[in-house]
Design a protein around this ligand. Structure first.
Ligand code: DGP
Length: 115
């Protein structure tokens, strides 16, 4: 039994505010938003982080990237206003949920600091 919180959200065992879904990807609103738009975009297939990417899951990561572009377009995010996409990876990257996910942040002018 997978004890991953995002796997439980993907399985529908824990509720979430769904923003986007396809066969490979789920996107949900972050529970603790840091910007007016704060969406977590993740592969449905469990992989711990970007450092676990290999030939068995590369397609899933690519699907996440495509989904980010679609979600942005659906939310009116364009090259005019923009967004920030963040992936926290491993302990030094301050990753707290060990299921690969990208933070899509937008809706206001974000600061320049990333550390
Ligand atoms: P990270 O530090 O990159 O691993 O970010 C994990 C994010 O996941 C953090 O911004 C809070 C969010 N999060 C944690 N648990 C839940 C949850 O149960 N539901 C939702 N929607 N977000 C969660």
């Amino acid at each position: 039994m997978c004890n991953c919180i995002f796997c439980k959200i993907i399985a529908g065992e824990i509720p979430s505010a769904k923003v986007y879904e396809d066969d490979k990807v789920l996107a949900i609103k972050d529970i603790n938003p840091q910007a007016p738009v704060h969406v977590l975009v993740m592969p449905k297939k469990h992989m711990s982080s970007l450092l676990a990417m290999d030939s068995s899951n590369a397609e899933d990561v690519t699907a996440v990237m495509s989904a980010i572009t679609k979600i942005a377009a659906d939310m009116g995010i364009s090259e005019e206003n923009g967004m920030r996409v963040i992936n926290n990876c491993g302990p030094d990257g301050a990753q707290s949920v060990m299921h690969l996910h990208f933070h899509l942040l937008a809706g206001r002018k974000l600061g320049e600091t990333i550390v």
